[in-house]
Design a protein. Structure first.
Length: 269
């Protein structure tokens, strides 16, 4: 029975989508964590849900409208961060409020599709279709290529933005690039783990890797490996025991974090 489930087309699509997001989420997440912007994931997730709700309302590809909303929100966040340099977290709070308000409005206007939107709130990885995989695959390719091209610049920006500016790096452009990449990852990840859990995939693998990695590069690699382990094992467990896949993946990540913290404490004694 378990083998039949794992060999089925829907599970193979789910596994492919999960593996792709398992690469991109921690790749972006590590730069967000180091820049103390972990909450941007929740903000863009709420905005994406508003875009998804609008997509259902006007009968346009929901993941596409969600992606557009997330990218537009990323531009708005960067604009507000520049306007409130000493209170950068205000930009996140303002955009999150707007995203929640728009989502509520679109929910009210389209009561009939609330059930469909709920799948984006809590994740619906088993409903991924070929079009969704193409979108996730394209985003993964873009994220990996951009990070490989600008790895050193993002590294310097994450640890010392002023030094990056003094060295002549285009700080504003790099900040915008990271935020837009985050928007792309989150807008494609919400159908896999859900808007309410997407931040976990961005931050928890990074949190685990930072506990055990000895260098920045190794922490990047470890965070991706940890993310993939959680995604693959989580999907298998969820498929066998008929559990919510997004929740299973996140709870597995939390368990790995607890075990890592306990092990590190034990080793230090």
């Amino acid at each position: 029975m378990a083998i039949d489930i794992m060999l089925s087309d829907f599970f193979q699509r789910a596994l492919t989508g999960g593996i792709l997001i398992g690469i991109t989420a921690p790749l972006i997440g590590i730069f967000l964590v180091l820049r103390r912007l972990s909450m941007i994931g929740d903000t863009l997730a709420h905005v994406t849900i508003a875009g998804v709700a609008l997509g259902f309302l006007i009968e346009v590809y929901p993941l596409g409208t969600g992606l557009v909303f997330a990218v537009l929100a990323s531009f708005a966040i960067e604009k507000l961060r520049k306007a409130y340099k000493s209170y950068a977290e205000l930009s996140i709070a303002i955009i999150m409020s707007g995203g929640v308000a728009l989502a509520s409005l679109f929910f009210t206007l389209g009561m009939g599709y609330n059930t469909d939107v709920m799948s984006y709130l809590f994740g619906s990885i088993y409903t991924l279709d070929t079009q969704d995989l193409y979108v996730v695959g394209a985003v993964t390719l873009v994220v990996v290529v951009v990070i490989l091209l600008f790895f050193k610049e993002f590294f310097l920006l994450s640890f010392e933005e002023d030094a990056a500016s003094v060295n002549g790096l285009p700080v504003r452009l790099l900040n915008m690039l990271i935020t837009v990449l985050t928007a792309l990852v989150i807008s494609t990840a919400i159908k896999i783990v859900g808007a309410l859990l997407v931040s976990a995939l961005l931050t928890i693998p990074v949190a685990i890797s930072l506990l055990i990695a000895r260098s920045f590069k190794s922490s990047v690699i470890l965070s991706v490996v940890i993310s993939e382990i959680a995604v693959i094992i989580g999907l298998v467990i969820a498929g066998i025991w008929n559990l919510a896949p997004g929740a299973t993946i996140v709870l597995l990540l939390i368990a790995l974090l607890i075990l890592t913290m306990a092990g590190k404490k034990g080793f230090s004694i």
